[in-house]
Design a protein around this ligand. Structure first.
Ligand SMILES: *Cc1c(COP(=O)(O)O)cnc(C)c1O
Length: 379
């Protein structure tokens, strides 16, 4: 089956009990055990629920893994996966990891005894230099947020194999439609399905996928023990979103390319950060390891003082955090995702007061450009 067909028919494409075209929402906590001598297919919804299972089969299929797991949020997925490690273990993590993952590692998991070193993962030498005798894992994200730095998946996996590390990647920005890290040998792929997979800004959900059976069993034990599972209603909404992943991604990405070109030619814009642009520093690596640049474009207004006026003047994009919805979302990293970071640290990382991040939605691209043009021009 080709990929677009697998999106629709991979996993479980109808209800095995009734033939229903959409997997029903099995809103049940427990299941009758007709013959207590036999292990039942379902016994308790923390362990397995048929609606959640359909979503888990779907994401395993789309990532090319053996087992998928659905959680109450992206952070629940990431935190559950971090339970693969033990107190005393050490992780090497990209500097540009999602803010919530940074907080989990530097507060909760640090207190628990899991140590992390943050490095510039676009430089493989920095990754190698950070490895200690107790290093057990490597955790990356590419393209990274909000400046879209690219990490070389092949180089990372070589390092992980050489040192016997569990390799984990947050694949939220690409979705499996555009990037499948198991093709490079990664061990665990993580998602905030709140973003492109759900795709409609109407659900919080997280997913983890294992490439091999043993990792699948370990994640299953953690999921069942820790219990941060996704409920059947939200599993259904996420499954429904995934069905249109390819058409949404294609359209949003095409519009993002046009918007990136428009922004690059605008006199009031200093920098445009988008892996589809040929002058993006990670362009060649990204092109080799992903099927497209995605639909998130970051850009810097030459005059940082005009940002608030631009945010007030745009009419179409929702000014908010998050990304990957059918509606465009414009966010202001300095005041939103990176507000907790000291201004000097923000500046050093290139997250200036003029930086904006646009998640391009499904509106007509001409309308989006006209709206941006009016807001930026009038700034
Ligand atoms: C949003 C996001 C998360 C966290 O997901 P939630 O569903 O909000 O918990 C993790 N990683 C990335 C890259 C994200 O964008």
């Amino acid at each position: 089956m080709k990929y677009r067909t697998r999106i629709i028919h991979g996993g479980r494409d109808r209800d095995p009990y009734t033939g229903a075209s959409s997997i029903p929402i099995y809103q049940a906590s427990t299941f009758a055990q007709e013959d207590p001598d036999q292990p039942p297919p379902y016994d308790y919804s923390r362990s397995d629920n048929p609606t959640r299972e359909a979503l888990e089969l779907s994401i395993a299929e789309l990532e090319g893994g053996v087992a998928g797991f659905a959680y109450a949020s992206g952070m629940a997925a990431i935190s559950s996966a971090l339970m693969l490690f033990q107190p005393g273990d050490h992780l090497v993590v990209t500097n540009h990891i999602y803010g919530g993952s940074f907080r989990a590692l530097t507060s909760l998991f640090k207190r628990w005894g899991l140590k992390s070193t943050f490095v510039e993962a676009s430089n493989a030498n920095e990754v190698r230099a950070a490895i200690l005798p107790e290093t057990r894992g490597l955790f990356v994200e590419t393209p990274a947020n909000p400046l879209q730095q690219i990490t070389d998946l092949k180089a990372m996996q070589e390092i992980a194999e050489q040192h016997g590390l569990i390799s984990m990647i947050d694949n939220t920005f690409m979705s499996p439609y555009l990037q499948r890290p198991f093709e490079y040998g990664f061990d665990v792929v993580l998602h905030s399905a709140t973003k492109f997979l759900g795709g409609h800004s109407d659900v919080l959900a997280g997913l983890a996928v294992a490439r091999e059976d043993d990792m699948g069993r370990r994640l299953k034990r953690i999921q069942n023990t820790f219990g941060a599972v996704l409920g059947p209603q939200d599993s259904w909404i996420t499954l429904r979103g995934i069905k249109t992943l390819a058409v949404r991604m294609d359209a949003q990405q095409a519009a993002a390319c046009q918007i990136a070109d428009y922004l690059q030619g605008h006199a009031a814009i200093n920098n445009v950060y988008f892996p589809g642009l040929s002058d993006h520093p990670g362009h060649a690596i990204h092109e080799a390891q992903a099927d497209g640049p995605g639909a998130v474009v970051s850009f810097e207004l030459a005059d940082g003082a005009t940002v608030l006026r631009v945010l007030k003047q745009v009419k179409l994009p929702l000014v908010a955090v998050s990304l990957g919805g059918v509606e465009s979302i414009l966010s202001y990293p300095a005041k939103m995702s990176h507000a907790a970071m000291p201004p000097s640290e923000r500046q050093a990382r290139g997250i200036t007061d003029g930086l904006l991040r646009l998640s391009v939605g499904l509106e007509d691209v001409d309308d989006l450009i006209a709206d941006l043009d009016a807001a930026i021009g009038g700034a």
